[in-house]
Write a protein that binds this ligand. Structure first.
Ligand code: AMP
Ligand code: MN
Ligand code: MN
Length: 327
């Protein structure tokens, strides 16, 4: 998906309008949450009226971020805005209930880095090489001439650090480190925020990892690894959606593993699949697209109808086919 505008045009649209709703995808990660809060704070600083919605509301583990109290669940009665800003969200249905809560917006702006973005909206800016939507938001805030306050810097750090795996993944560029340096200069306390983001998990997350490792399977001669979470196990542990983030990295970081998959049973007879690859030849966005999902070449997901065992078998077959297609 290509962009149809440059950031300067989006900056102008921000300057020219007054009421904004800022939204991101359901089951939000640090990039989704950090990006929306950062942009919302910048707009509020410029005297705009800003509403921030997420289908799942603020995530408990990201409540420490300054400005997280701005995030609300979308209301049942739809509202009108000058501008609807959609961040880090590849398709409109990924907005969940936020989509129908916008009755009318004069302008829809789509700002993202997913290769699978469908290009919805009036002003579309998709930067696939950008490692995080937070990096694009940084450039937009600069283009608009808004000040980088310590609160905005913290949120952009959370966004970028989440999607780059703490500045480690291959999409981390020289520009990412330059931005990191500017964020630190603007007030980010790296040790503190890293601890809050990555080193402060509830004990139930460890219990969850134990349960997941008990289901671990290696297929394709050890080139694929997966584990799965039945609803009953999640209930027994008391684990919620936000406890699962990042656990798949245990599989991905195992020697010899090319593709990792995590299957999570959802209410309503569906399964959420999370997938990671270590090598762009094994494009997990393509595999997930076969099941109606998407994301990035090295990190993607899908929500698939069916029971846990059936979905697992279908997806593991698709992974095996993708691995076997390579020499
Ligand atoms: P996750 O495995 O949930 O961390 O997601 C990895 C990447 O895939 C993220 O960039 C998500 O936005 C994207 N993604 C996850 N689930 C879906 C889905 N059902 N449809 C489209 N993209 C998804
Ligand atoms: Mn995201
Ligand atoms: Mn992202």
């Amino acid at each position: 998906m290509n962009s149809n505008c440059i950031l300067a045009e989006i900056a102008e649209a921000l300057r020219e309008n007054q009421t904004f709703v800022v939204m991101s995808h359901l089951r939000p990660d640090g990039d989704a949450i950090g990006s929306v809060i950062a942009l919302a704070l910048a707009l509020k600083g410029a005297g705009k009226e800003v509403t921030v919605w997420n289908h799942d509301g603020p995530m408990e583990k990201l409540r420490f971020l300054p400005g997280s109290d701005l995030i609300a669940k979308p209301p049942a009665t739809p509202q009108d805005f000058d501008v609807a800003l959609v961040l880090d969200t590849s398709t409109q249905p990924r907005l969940g209930d936020s989509l129908a809560a916008v009755r009318k917006a004069k302008l829809w702006i789509n700002l993202d880095h997913h290769i699978s973005n469908t290009g919805f909206g009036d002003l579309v800016y998709i930067d696939v090489p950008a490692p995080a939507t937070g990096q694009i938001v940084f450039e937009l805030i600069r283009a608009a001439g808004y000040p980088l306050t310590p609160a905005i810097a913290d949120n952009l750090w959370a966004a970028i650090a989440t999607d780059t795996g703490s500045f480690q993944y291959s999409n981390t560029s020289a520009r990412t480190f330059e931005i990191g340096a500017e964020l630190i200069a603007a007030g980010v306390d790296v040790g503190k925020i890293s601890e809050q983001l990555f080193q402060t998990h509830p004990r139930r997350r460890l219990e969850l990892l134990r349960a997941l490792l008990n289901t671990m399977q290696f297929t394709c001669d050890g080139r694929a690894a997966s584990f799965s979470l039945p609803l009953a196990t999640a209930a027994q542990i008391g684990a919620g959606p936000e406890d699962t983030e990042g656990l798949i990295d245990t599989l991905r970081s195992t020697e010899g593993v090319l593709v990792a998959a995590f299957f999570e049973e959802l209410e309503g007879g569906r399964v959420r699949v999370s997938m990671r690859s270590k090598d762009p030849r094994y494009d997990v966005c393509k595999i997930c697209a076969q099941f109606g999902g998407g994301g990035h070449i090295l990190a993607s997901g899908a929500r698939i109808k069916g029971g846990l065992a059936t979905v697992e078998a279908q997806v593991l077959k698709a992974i095996s086919d993708a691995i076997q297609q390579q020499p």
